[in-house]
Write a protein that binds this ligand. Structure first.
Ligand code: TTP
Ligand code: MG
Length: 344
């Protein structure tokens, strides 16, 4: 069964929050940010967009385009609070939500036993009922398709792309409108004679890797409509590990410890960055005879500091290497990851 991913994007978010607090501002040309003589428009209502006003525009230009426009000051605290409240309510009715910005989130709804349309309608109903805010939802087999689908029926709409239609759907966009293609990437692609999404796909994963580095295969999968697990989801199910291969065999214990320490630091950084603690330590190594060894041990209290990782990895290694055999590669890993709410 193909994956079903949805992207939820609030309509004119800052403006919608203001209108929800002050309903008399609804259906008016309204901008948040700037004033009639200075500043920049953060966002504006769809009524104001009819005059050609948009995010990032000088508010003086906006005023000239629509002298009836109402400017509201930015109230970031209110928008952050509303965003948190919306996504925390949604997280009670949906599987793990990946919040990608103040007004946007992705959800993998594959496991929900309901049609995509039904789920979308429920989400829209809940956000409207509890927050008086409308949103637009896109659905597709991966995040790219879902994201692009949100642009079809904005505002207060939804659009569902089936897996079989994903490729032709993406081909209907210009390269510059594709999510994740910034002006630099676009320029590079144009330089190499790649002008359309179809041509981008035709390059294949390897060629795109040469051109764009690690981002190449990711964008290739995206434009093929192929589902890729989120880094975050991947981590929750799996593990983090780092390894070093040596140019020569190492038989000094101290040297091995030094490498274990550096690897522990890297693993710890990744845990902290992704707000996880671990409950399992793993160490793997390859001997000079190219035998692979891999060990894991459950630790009773969750850990994340490089000192703890190093301590557990060293014990695990020492306990199984009484008579040291020269090693070619050494790796440290953690598994049994648990999410932590606050920064660690
Ligand atoms: P967006 O989702 O890009 O825009 P939006 O929600 O206002 O409108 P749309 O209906 O097209 O989704 O951005 C979310 C919020 O981020 C937006 O309400 C205000 C803020 N923002 C800025 O402050 N500056 C900007 O340039 C943009 C694009 C957004
Ligand atoms: Mg939005």
């Amino acid at each position: 069964m193909p994956h079903r991913i949805i992207c939820i994007d609030m309509d004119a978010f800052y403006v919608s929050v203001e209108q929800a607090f002050k309903p008399y501002l609804k259906k008016r040309p309204l901008a948040v940010g700037g004033s009639r003589d200075r500043g920049v428009v953060c966002t504006c209502s769809y009524e104001a967009r009819k005059f050609g006003i948009h995010s990032g525009m000088s508010s003086r230009v906006a005023y000239n385009l629509c002298p009836d426009i109402i400017f509201m000051p930015v109230d970031s605290k209110k928008y952050v609070k509303t965003s948190k409240d919306i996504f925390s309510l949604l997280s009670k009715m949906l599987p793990k939500i990946t919040v990608s910005s103040i007004d946007e989130a992705y959800v993998d709804i594959t496991s929900i036993n309901m049609t995509t349309e039904h789920i979308i309608k429920r989400i829209k109903y809940v956000i409207k009922k509890y927050f008086d805010i409308t949103c637009t939802i896109g659905a597709g087999p991966n995040k790219m398709v879902a994201k692009m689908a949100t642009s079809i029926n904005k505002p207060n709409g939804y659009y569902i792309v089936e897996e079989k239609d994903a490729v032709s759907f993406l081909d209907s966009f210009s390269l510059s409108n594709l999510w994740g293609i910034g002006s630099k990437t676009e320029a590079k692609l144009l330089e190499h004679g790649i002008f359309t999404v179809k041509e981008l796909r035709q390059q294949g994963s390897e060629k795109l890797e040469q051109l764009l580095g690690v981002y190449g295969p990711k964008i290739y999968n995206s434009v093929c409509g192929i589902y890729e697990e989120d880094e975050e989801v991947k981590l929750a199910n799996k593990s983090i590990s780092k390894a070093t291969t040596f140019d020569y065999d190492i038989s000094s214990k101290q040297e091995i410890y030094d490498h274990l320490y550096v690897l522990s630091e890297k693993v710890s950084e990744k845990l902290i960055l992704n707000k996880y603690k671990a409950t399992i330590i793993t160490v793997n190594w390859k001997t000079f005879r190219f035998e692979n060894k891999s060990l894991r041990k459950k630790i009773s209290s969750p850990f994340y500091t490089h000192k703890d990782i190093f301590k557990y990895a060293k014990h695990l290694f020492d306990d199984n290497n009484k008579g040291l055999v020269p090693v070619r590669l050494i790796g440290v890993g953690v598994a049994g990851l648990i999410e932590v709410e606050e920064n660690i």
